[in-house]
Every structure is written in C-alpha cells, then in structure tokens.
Write a protein that binds this ligand. Structure first.
Ligand code: ATP
Ligand code: MG
Length: 553
C-alpha cells in the first residue's frame, strides 16, 4: 500500500500535545461518525483524513461509527458504500460501531437524568415549544411541565417507551436553563416518539434519542478521547459537556471543532446530491461529475491525490471556500507521476500519406513513461493511413497555428515529418481526408537536415487502432456556489455541457485489452481511465482531467 500522508501539525495536534504532556490524557482515540443517509463526499474525506491521521500519528485508534440514531432516513446500502469509500481512501478502522448499539445504554442514561431531576417529560406541542424557546435576544420560558415529579416523569417516559402515546404527543427534555444565551441549552429535547422500525434494531423502539444526546454518550461509551467535528457543532459543545458531566465518565471525551471543507462548483449536501440522483440529473451516486468519493474514484481520481489535497488545505478554524483547481492539480500531480503514456484521437480525421508504400507497416518503439524507464516501452504501428485530431487541421489557419494546413509541415510524434499537400471535402465543405507526403529521412520524428517544424501532433494508425467511446466530463455546475438559489433552485446552476460523449474515438492498437480502472495520459489530451461500463467489445473511457487547468477561465 502507498504511504499515507502524515498530517503536519495543526491546532488540534497542538491541543493533544499539550494534554498528553500535562498528563490530562494518556491516549488518543478518535472516531469517524457518518450518518448512513447518503454517500460520502469530498467534504467527508477531510474529516476522515483528520480523524484517522490523528489517531495514527499518536498510535491510537480510530473507529467507524455509523450514526444511525435517526431511523427514518437511513439505509443499509449507504453503510456498505461508506465502508468501501473509507477503505479506498486508504484507511482502516479499528472497529465498526453503530450508535443504535447504544440505545439501551442511552436509555439508561435518560433514566439516570430523570432520577437526578435533570430531565422531564414535556407535553407542549412542537409549536408551543417554539414559542417557549425564546429568541437570540429574549430568554425562553419554562415549560409548564418542567416541575413534574421524578416519579411522574419515570412513569410517563416508560409509557412513552411502551408505545402508549402517538408520535409527537410528548418528548423527554433535559432540564438545563431556559434563560441561557445559548439557545441549544434551553431544555433541549433528548427523546421523541417515532413509531418507525430501524434498520438495526427493528421494531424494538418507538422512542428515539436525539443526535445531541446520543453523540456524546456514544463517544464516552467507546472511550473516545477527542471528538473531532465541524464548526457548526461549536454551539453544541456546552451541551455535549453538560451530558458528559451529568452522566459522569472517568475519561470525559473532548470535542474539538474544525472548519468544513467547501469546494467551489461542488455540491456537498447529501440531501441535494440525493435529489440529483433521484431526478436522474446524474446517472447515480458514482456519476463521475459528482463530488462523492465514489464519483471521483470512477472519474479516475487517485485516492492519494485526495489525501494530498486534504493535507494541502490544512486544518483550520476558519471557514473558507477552496478552489476546485487545487484538487485537480493534486490529481494531475499523482497521475503525471504514474500514468502510462499513450495516443488517442478523440475526433478523428483521416490522413493519407501518398508517398508511403501501400501495404507497408512499421513498428515504432516508444517509452511508456518519460520519467520511468523501468516501465518499459510500447510498440506503435505506422502505416500509410492514420488518424489525427480534426482540430489539428485547418484549411485557412489563423496566425500562430502550427499544426497541419496546406503547405505546412509537422512532426507526427515518434514517427515522421509530414507535409500537407491537399485535402478532400464532402458536399457540405467538411474536410474528409487530408493528403500528405512524408520525409523518409525524418524517421523517429527527427529533423534530417536541421529544418524545424513547430507542430507535433499525436496520431493513431488507421490499420491498427481500437475504437472507443470517450466521455468528456466538465464541471456539473456553472455557479461557484451551486447552492445559490437565484436561478430558481440549485438545478438552475447545472452546466448543460457537463458531459459530452464521443463515440468514434481511436486508440493506439496496444490498448486493445485495457480494463476497468486502467489509467493513461493521452498525449496532448489529458488523463483518462477505463470506465466500469467498458467491455472488450465496447471500450469506454472517462476523461479524468485535462492537462491544464480550465478552472480559472
Ligand atoms: P451533509 O450535510 O452532507 O449531510 P453531514 O455533516 O450531515 O453532511 P455526516 O454523515 O453527519 O454528514 O458527517 C460525518 C462527519 O463528516 C461529521 O463529523 C461531519 O462533521 C464531517 N463532515 C461532513 N461534511 C464535511 C465537510 N464538508 N467538511 C469537513 N467535514 C465534513
Ligand atoms: Mg449530519
């Protein structure tokens, strides 16, 4: 396995260093706690790298905890996908836990709070509860049910659990402080009635604990020492600490928040990604245009590039928007170092070399990777008829066009100098064939007499090539912030040209047996990978990324 990038120090590691040095803590244990209600996206990759790399740096453990306390939105399909994505990123959890494994424990904690007089059953409707909550500037009011006796609360909570009451009729609330400036602390709900079955616990429960209650208890139960999460939980930290403190744990976990990753042009909301999938705007969660990890994997992004990217953006407390170009440059760096080189023509134009003997072929040996002689060489066939890119020929070229046009000479990469003598067109004036002559003395693409050509073209041999479909992907959204609703809803920001399919592409003959996951740098075109839709009879490639950034434009 490749070496995992070690996160440099950051403010989280500074806190840990300090606590280890002072003896406040002796262990480091973290967890990655996704809710299994969708596929992981590039934002999650940041959390995964931070959680796992932190544990690894300190020789501690990191567990995968599926935060499945909300039974209505979750699915087993997502659980398997989450595991596959973490493994793909190159991390291995010590254990897999489910928040639902702790429902008994969490229930006992609720009973304990009631017994301590720190929780009560409340009969206010949702709307009344909102009125009682107050606002940012005004304190809330105590619920009229707040002073129920411990006995009455225990009795009602047990009857809630036994299924005596309908959904929404009662909740269990922590008794904290309705005048707290932090609204989160104003007697938050900790249990609600929901007559729904759960994918792990079935019909055992009809009351379910709230995330804010389950999360700290799960952390403490697993003996997590550092509960790393994103900034939006900063306000909830006093509540987190309150639960930990009221229940009482020997090794209280500490919550530390870091900034979310926001990438421009990307949607990283599971709810909106689900919409793209459900409405068939994309072909699935792994559509190569999605910001999901499975989409990026299918697009050909190496896991190493994603890890390098997360490492580059660093860990900070300030929210910001990262430029997609940075992720692409990480992808390019990894692929440039490793991807075998080859030639492919995406929009072919036939070239006939009139003075090249009919029926003759020759084999040209070229390197697979200019920086890796150990990767060896490949053989490319040359013959009288070849294909070049349509855009590499013009009848009337503009200034500084160094490719093929009548009278101009170019180099065919690794083969010969050829000069355009004439061309044929169809009845619409479209060029169908270009006629050239070649200079036999320029074999290998070297100048025989010091004369220079400015253009070097990629090409494939018409007699020894493989047909392929190539999917050219571009950004899925035209707006830097796809969630911007000024065009109606976020679908108003879709890029209509995010996928262009070319079905008559020609690959060099040696690529006949390529299979899913193989990656290449096609000369002058970019990086490509073989898609899962590919079969031996119908090769399908995805363009992973172009050679140069297009994000600045
Ligand atoms: P979404 O809004 O897409 O549903 P979420 O935060 O609800 O995301 P979870 O499954 O609850 O998704 O997240 C699991 C972990 O990943 C949490 O610790 C969360 O803070 C972290 N995470 C989610 N999105 C990002 C992001 N954009 N950047 C960094 N961490 C993230
Ligand atoms: Mg969430």
């Amino acid at each position: 396995m490749e070496e995992i990038v070690k996160s440099n120090s950051n403010f989280i590691h500074d806190i840990i260093d300090e606590e280890l040095a002072s003896g406040k803590n002796t262990r480091v244990q973290t967890r990655f706690p996704p809710e299994p209600n969708g596929y992981l996206h590039i934002g999650h990759a940041k959390a995964i790298c931070i959680d796992f790399a932190t544990a690894e740096k300190y020789g501690g453990e990191c567990n995968l905890r599926l935060d499945d306390s909300n039974p209505s939105k979750e699915d087993v399909e997502y659980v398997e996908a989450i595991k596959a994505d973490i493994e793909w990123l190159g991390y291995k959890w010590n254990n897999v836990y489910y928040a639902s494994d702790y429902f008994d424990f969490v229930y006992e904690c609720a009973i304990k709070l009631i017994e301590k007089g720190k929780a009560f059953v409340c009969d206010l409707t949702a709307e009344e509860m909102r009125e009682y909550r107050g606002t940012l500037t005004e304190p809330g009011k105590n619920s009229p049910y707040r002073d129920r006796s411990v006995e009455e609360n225990l009795d009602l909570f047990r009857r809630m659990t036994a299924g005596e009451f309908p959904d929404g009729s009662r909740v269990l609330r922590a008794k904290i402080d309705m005048a707290s400036p932090n609204i989160v602390m104003r007697d938050p709900v900790i249990y609600r009635i929901m007559h729904v079955s759960h994918h792990q616990t079935g019909d055992k429960w009809c009351v379910y604990p709230m995330y804010d209650f389950v999360h700290p208890l799960s952390d403490a139960r697993e003996r997590v020492t550092y509960s790393l999460c994103t900034l939006e939980f900063e306000n909830n930290r006093p509540l987190y600490d309150w639960f930990i403190n009221e229940i009482g744990f020997e090794e209280p976990p500490r919550q530390i928040e870091f900034a979310r990753l926001n990438l421009n042009y990307c949607l990283t909301s599971k709810r909106k990604c689900l919409r793209l999938v459900k409405d068939n705007i994309v072909t699935g969660w792994d559509d190569p245009r999605m910001a999901t990890l499975c989409g990026m994997r299918r697009r050909g992004y190496p896991a190493e590039a994603v890890r390098n990217f997360v490492d580059k953006i660093g860990v900070s407390k300030a929210n910001s928007v990262v430029d997609y170009g940075l992720l692409e440059s990480c992808v390019r760096d990894v692929l440039n170092a490793n991807a075998p080189r080859a030639m492919a023509v995406i929009e072919p134009l036939k070239v006939v070399i009139d003075n090249y003997p009919e029926g003759k072929t020759e084999t040209i040996t070229v390197e697979i990777h200019p920086d890796h002689p150990e990767m060896g060489t490949r053989e490319v066939t040359f013959s009288r008829e070849i294909y070049i890119e349509q855009s590499d020929f013009m009848i009337e070229p503009p200034k500084k066009y160094f490719r093929l046009y009548p009278g101009n000479e170019v180099r065919l990469k690794g083969a010969y100098f050829v000069k355009c003598e004439s061309f044929e067109t169809d009845e619409n004036g479209n060029v169908t064939v270009v006629h050239c002559t070649y200079d036999e003395a320029s074999r290998g693409g070297n100048s025989p007499d010091g004369r220079k050509v400015k253009g070097t073209l990629h090409w494939v041999c018409a007699d020894d090539c493989v047909d392929a479909e190539i999917r050219l992907y571009d950004r899925l959204f035209n707006a830097e912030n796809p969630s911007d609703e000024s065009n109606g809803d976020f679908t108003g920001n879709l890029n209509p040209e995010s996928l262009v399919v070319r079905t008559d592409c020609k690959l060099e003959g040696g690529l006949r047996d390529i299979k899913e996951g193989d990656v290449f740098q096609f000369m002058r075109q970019g990086y490509f990978c073989v898609d899962k839709d590919s079969t031996p009879d119908h090769i399908v490639l995805n363009r992973t990324v172009q050679l140069n950034s297009s994000w600045g434009k």
